[in-house]
Design a protein around this ligand. Structure first.
Ligand code: DQA
Length: 152
């Protein structure tokens, strides 16, 4: 029996502080709540989902390097501040060539100019920003559709 497709969710630095971190920007939802809603939706869609958060650039890179051997079909990534700084994570993603959606909880284009540039967007299948936690669910639905899961 073949396993159902695997989707990885990768959360970058400071996202473990969601819920208490700058709630006027990021809202009151915690990372655990976001992951739980994603896991519930994944179950309904019939895909396997694995969530990972790190505050370390090297840990994120090494995680991404393991994606091909784990046969990851799609990734949902919020690189957080690394979005605007990390050529190294961009290169890691390019090296594995697995399709991904870039997600931001806030509308980065309405914020400081340094948040307007992303090292990831031109590699991404899609970019979602400003939808709050709903953005993750929208990205998961899109990913499932892309990898051929029939709509529930
Ligand atoms: C973020 C936006 C980034 O600019 C910021 O550094 C984050 C979170 C978002 O989800 O809105 O940490 O990626």
């Amino acid at each position: 029996m073949s396993l159902s497709p695997l989707i990885w969710v990768l959360h970058g630095p400071n996202l473990n502080r969601l819920g208490s971190r700058e709630p006027e920007i990021y809202g009151a939802t915690t990372l655990d709540q976001i992951n739980e809603s994603l896991l519930n939706r994944a179950k309904a869609l019939g895909v396997r989902l694995d969530c990972f958060q790190t505050n370390h650039e090297g840990a994120m890179i090494e995680r991404i390097h393991h994606a091909p051997e784990q046969r990851v079909a799609f990734m949902l990534i919020n690189p957080a501040a690394f979005t605007h700084t990390s050529v190294a994570i961009r290169d890691a993603i390019a090296s594995v060539a697995i399709p991904f959606v870039e997600i931001h909880i806030s509308n980065v284009h309405r914020r400081e100019p340094f948040r307007h540039h992303s090292y990831f967007s031109d590699l991404a299948e899609a970019v979602i920003c400003g939808l709050g936690p709903t953005g993750y669910l929208a990205a998961l639905d899109f990913a499932a559709q892309k990898i051929g899961i029939p709509r529930g």
